[in-house]
Every structure is written in C-alpha cells, then in structure tokens.
Design a protein around this ligand. Structure first.
Ligand code: FMN
Length: 220
C-alpha cells in the first residue's frame, strides 16, 4: 500500500507529531511493498498542496496535535480545501493521529466524532483515529516515553500488515479514558498551590487585585 502521511503540526522545527509518525512508519514498512510519502503541512501554500495530494492518494493518515480540544487552524483550513471532494472519495482509506499534552483520551473524543463525520461526508473508508495523550516533550527526550513511541510502532505494524486499524489496539493505546479519582484529588491540590504561588505573585507584580483578575474588559 502507498500511504500519504500529512503532518499538520504548526511548529516550524521539531515536533511531537513527527516523533510518533517516525515509529508508526517503521512499523508500517515492516510489511514488504508498503511505501510512504510524508507531507509537512504548516503554511498557506501547503494547505492547498496537501488537498491536491489527498485527491490522488490511495490511503491517507492525517496527523496533528490537539489545540484547544480541536485541531490547529491550519488543519481546519486544509479540511475546508477538501470541499470539492465531498462525496467523491469512494475507496480512499483515511485515518487520523491526534496527540496532545493531557493524559486522558476523553479530551480528543469530540474531535474524533468530527473526523469520522468528515470522512463520511467525503465518502472515504474511515480507518479510525489514533488518540494519544501525554505527548508533551516527546522531542526532548527518548527516556520515559518508550511505551508511547512503541505503541505507535505497533499500530503502524498492524496497519501495514492488514490495511486496517485494530480498534482494541487503538483503545489500549489511548487509555486511560478519564482521570482516576485519586489523580483528580491530587490535581486539585496542585492547582491550588499554582494559584497561590504563581498567580498571586503575578497579580502582585502587575498591581492586580483578586477581584480584578476576573475583569472582562471586552465583555458586554
Ligand atoms: C495553542 C495550543 C493549544 C493546545 N491545546 C491543547 C489542548 O487542548 N489539550 C492538550 O492536551 N494539549 C494542548 N496543547 C499541547 C499540544 O497538543 C502538545 O504540546 C502537542 O504534543 C504538540 O505537538 P507538536 O509538537 O507536534 O506540535 C496545546 C498547545 C498549543 C500550542
């Protein structure tokens, strides 16, 4: 299979999306005959170019970081560029990889629903969405994130061999779905400490009162 991989990270240099893709590709290429074309999509010209490449591709993996529970603006621009292809992509396989900072899978579930919907509108064969949290800092160190990188390798390997994503494999990889109760208790303490130590200092430095910190100068 020939797979077009579109990396939609807006970062100009090293990016966490590329770290996961590297492993995914290693796994995918484990099956003889599989080929990959990687397209870096992070400027106006590239959004248009990616849409042209998408049209002729046999299979596409669109990979990007989660931005504010959604996608980076450039990825949305690219999806809008696909409008002329609505209902015309029969037989084209399309899958997604969404990675981000928070640990839990739940952060990307609304986006996953949207991605499946868009795939349906295009009449593509929707492969699924690889969701992985806890990916901040993947570019900085190989230590401590072996499981994350190897998970991407295994998913790529399965896809390379079968032409499909395995739902159980994706679910195992994206776990935990939500935070454990004891973690949310710990988090509430950490947030209180950050508010006390960091924000109170910042308020003081800028002459802002606690009440003033809720000001909405542009609100109605
Ligand atoms: C503007 C912006 C918004 C972000 N929003 C989220 C978010 O909603 N949830 C989250 O878990 N991480 C969020 N992140 C963190 C990125 O998803 C995370 O750092 C990701 O690994 C970056 O991938 P990249 O290096 O491939 O660009 C955000 C980062 C930026 C810069």
């Amino acid at each position: 299979m020939k797979l077009l991989i579109i990396n939609g990270s807006p970062k100009p240099g090293k990016n966490n999306t590329a770290v996961l893709l590297k492993r995914f590709i290693e796994g995918f290429k484990g099956t003889k005959g599989n080929e990959v074309e990687i397209f870096r999509m992070n400027n106006e010209q590239a959004y248009k170019e990616a849409a042209i490449r998408f049209e002729t591709a046999e299979a596409v993996l669109l990979a990007f970081p989660l931005y504010s529970y959604a996608m980076p603006a450039g990825v949305k621009t690219f999806i809008e560029e696909l409008e002329p292809l609505l209902g015309k992509c029969h037989g084209k396989k399309v899958g997604f990889l969404v990675q981000y900072g928070f640990i839990e899978a739940v952060h990307a579930r609304a986006l996953e629903t949207y991605l499946e919907y868009i795939s349906g509108m295009l009449c593509c064969d929707y492969l699924g969405t690889i969701i992985k949290g806890g990916c901040d800092g993947l570019t900085k160190s190989e230590k401590g994130n072996r499981k994350i990188r190897m998970g991407a390798y295994e998913i790529g390997k399965t896809f390379g061999a079968t032409g499909c994503f395995n739902k159980k494999q994706l679910d195992d990889y994206s776990a935990p779905e939500v935070q454990k109760k004891q973690n949310s208790f710990l988090l509430s303490i950490i947030i209180k400490i950050i508010n006390k130590v960091y924000w109170e200092k910042a308020f003081k430095k800028n002459g802002v009162t606690y009440e003033g910190s809720f000001a909405k100068p542009y609100g109605k």
